[in-house]
Design a protein. Structure first.
Length: 213
């Protein structure tokens, strides 16, 4: 009889630390780039760059605050709702190669600002890093739900299917971002799915109800 080693449960503290590092990487990299751009930008653009930098500082602070609440067993306080229009600029600054299309209704849709940024940053970042060709983010409202889709030229893989079914955090950074997305989408009462496109392509689709704060 062959014995298989018993899998140890993930250390919650280690998972939390890995999640923090993973979530802070994009805003910190973008913030560094924005500060470099600020030194060289002409005066009319400095206010725009400064505003984006401030949004990324606030985003990083929200990630740390959420982590502290998790570590101490507190329930995170509800954040005031913001429209998707206000959330998109700082999100897209972390992935400037992503094209965007959004309906007017979607831009006016109220969302949880910190969680929505994390969801879109992770999905768009994964697509840029792992899929060939252009990446597109679309947003629309249908059947009283906000529908967000990150579309790339790749396709579903066994690793992606595993990540979508995983009930516990992955043992390393592979799939950690998608695991975080699943937790955030679930906390907002939404759904996440991967859809293969014809003839080629992959859409990661998030459906969210209206967020009321």
């Amino acid at each position: 009889m062959r014995l298989t080693p018993r899998r140890r449960a993930a250390d919650p503290g280690l998972v939390l630390a890995r999640s923090i590092c993973h979530e802070l990487r994009p805003p910190m990299a973008t913030l560094a780039a924005l500060l470099r751009a600020l030194e060289e930008a002409p005066e009319p653009r400095r206010s725009e760059i400064t505003k984006l930098a401030a949004e990324h500082v606030a985003y990083a602070g929200a990630v740390l605050s959420q982590a502290a609440e998790t570590a101490y067993g507190f329930r995170a306080d509800a954040m005031p709702a913001e429209t998707l229009r206000r959330v998109l600029p700082s999100t897209l600054a972390t992935t400037p190669d992503v094209s965007t299309s959004a309906s007017r209704a979607a831009l006016r849709w109220p969302v949880h600002p910190a969680h929505t940024r994390q969801i879109l940053t992770n999905l768009a970042g994964n697509a840029v890093r792992h899929a060939p060709g252009p990446v597109r983010l679309s947003a629309a409202v249908r059947a009283r739900r906000l529908r967000l889709a990150v579309v790339d030229q790749g396709g579903p893989t066994p690793a992606l299917h595993t990540a979508l079914r995983r009930r516990t955090p992955p043992p390393d950074d592979r799939g950690l971002g998608l695991w975080v997305v699943r937790q955030l989408v679930g906390s907002l009462g939404g759904t996440l799915r991967a859809r293969q496109l014809t003839p080629t392509g992959l859409a990661m689709e998030v459906v969210l109800p209206r967020y009321t704060g």
